[in-house]
Design a protein around this ligand. Structure first.
Ligand code: CU
Length: 123
C-alpha cells in the first residue's frame, strides 16, 4: 500500500515537473502598435519580462520601451544578442531601446545573467 502511494506521488511530481518545463501555456504575443513608419511596445521588467512575447512588424523601426520595476541586480541589464544590444535599465522609469527588425523570426533576449527571457517575434 505504501509503495503505491509513493509511486503515485512520484508519478504526480514527475508529471508536474514535465508540465512546468514543457507544457506551460504560452502567453500570447503582444503586437507593437504604430503607424507603419514606426512601432513601439511597452515591456515591464518585474521578476521577468512582461509581456513575454512581443510581436513586431518586419522592416519597421521599433522602440522597445522597458520599464524596470525590479530593483534586483539580476534584471538590471537587458541583452538582445540578435540586435547587438547590452543595456543597463534604470529603475522606475521608461527606457527606450531602438531596434530595426529586418529579419523575420523569433529572437530571444535575456537579462545580463541569462536567467530571465523574453521573445521578440518579427513577422
Ligand atoms: Cu539575471
Amino acid at each position: 500500500m505504501d509503495k503505491i502511494i509513493v509511486l503515485t506521488a512520484s508519478a504526480g511530481l514527475i508529471g508536474l515537473i514535465i508540465w512546468w518545463f514543457f507544457g506551460q501555456p504560452k502567453s500570447p504575443a503582444v503586437a507593437a502598435s504604430g503607424d507603419g513608419r514606426e512601432q513601439s511596445v511597452e515591456i515591464t521588467v518585474e521578476g521577468g519580462y512582461s509581456p513575454q512575447v512581443v510581436s513586431l512588424r518586419r522592416g519597421v523601426p521599433a522602440k522597445l520601451v522597458f520599464t524596470r520595476k525590479d530593483t534586483s541586480s539580476c534584471l538590471e541589464e537587458v541583452v538582445l544578442p540578435e540586435f547587438g544590444i547590452r543595456q543597463k535599465l534604470p529603475v522606475g522609469q521608461k527606457y527606450e531601446i531602438n531596434i530595426q527588425p529586418d529579419k523575420p523570426g523569433r529572437f530571444r533576449y535575456a537579462c545580463g545573467m541569462n536567467m530571465f527571457f523574453g521573445t521578440i517575434e518579427v513577422k
